[in-house]
Design a protein around this ligand. Sequence first.
Ligand code: 7TS
Length: 430
Amino acid sequence: MFDINKIRKDFPILERKITDGNKLIYFDNAATSQKPKVVIDSLVKYYENYNANIHRGVHKMAEEATCAYEEVRQKVKSFIGARNEDEVIFTRNTTESLNLLAYSLGELFVNEGDEILLSEMEHHSNIIPWYILRSRKKIKVKFIPITDNYELDYKSLEQLVTKKTKIISLTHKSNVLGTVNNIKKIAQIAKANGAVFIVDAAQSAPHLSVDFQDLGCDFLVFSSHKMCGPTGVGVLVGRREYLEKMPPFLGGGEMIRKVTFEDFTTNDLPWKFEAGTPNIADVIAFGVAIDYLQNIGLENIYKYECELTEYALDKLKQFDFLKIYGAKDCNKRAGIITFSNPVVHPHDIATIVDQYGIAIRAGHHCAQPLMKKLNVSATARASFYFYNTKEEIDLFVYALKKAFDYFAIGACNELIKGKINAKQNATTTR
Ligand code: 7TS
């Protein structure tokens, strides 16, 4: 049963007053999510009761901490439908997981003349690691275009994949457009062409039911902090066939089996890719976040966010001068609404709604190539999570109206429209 009032009570921060007694309305969930009290409490519990380094001590607390940490690996395995625990690797975030893959897969099997296929809707985290690889090896990085309906152009994708394509790395859900890509379909294309397929699930794992095996990709990465868990924990799920052959990304303690004055051998999976003391407390609290999300149910979360998105899109229709990006169908762009207007800068919109306690994001959203494609330098973005409400959306629309009135944006746009019409009339009568 999805009880929004009960859910909201789990998040202490939602009680915070931001400005002039205005309660926080948090619509920046694509950047990071808020944390329920159980997650916050588990951090305190760890530090107050069993703070110890893991995998190396024989004392009681070391054992307790090791067990708690490794239990989360098991939880992640079932949450994401991984095949085995040793195919679940903890990193710092999605960005680090993607850098690990670009480095390590790059070393293993990418050679001069090979191609990496990305899309126009990628976050910088899924572009820069491949550019860095390109600077080490003479390879090409290609981008699958998006359509006028802000979806991946699947026809172009099929044309762009060739026998030279070694890796396809794509976002599951765009952090700007909200578009949810058809990963199963792409996995088949990747397989048919012998390409390794990586899925960036940073925006999908928190909001929809994601099953690694069912999707059929080779690697899947995401971050704890976007799904009610703490910052500083990322996940990389992959296939052992690759992970075993891939060279380590970072060297140091934990990731070795034996070290001599001459050389070293690597540890078993997954520890081969977890050098140094990991983020123990935060991984343990991430486990609590997973339990919390599973208790609510990812299907319920997705359904509720679709409802919120549909409601917000309907309300935003009154601002006919706004350009709203993203697929028409709410199911294809759940939870994210990105918009802009030529008269007012998105930062100004975000600053004004902030006066009403409403946190939205303005800028390029770490997707500058996509901004170029959309022909803007920045946009404003409201992104929802399951603790948001329709009442909050009403207040957001009210604050937006105030912002647009302040900038007399309606009038400006009428003026612009008027000028365009006058120009068109002049051309047609000439
Ligand atoms: N991939 C996608 C699709 C993302 O949206 C983000 C972060 C990342 C990767 C990187 O995640 P990180 O945890 O390593 O930082 N997206 C955003 C955003 O939209 N606003 O702030 C961060």
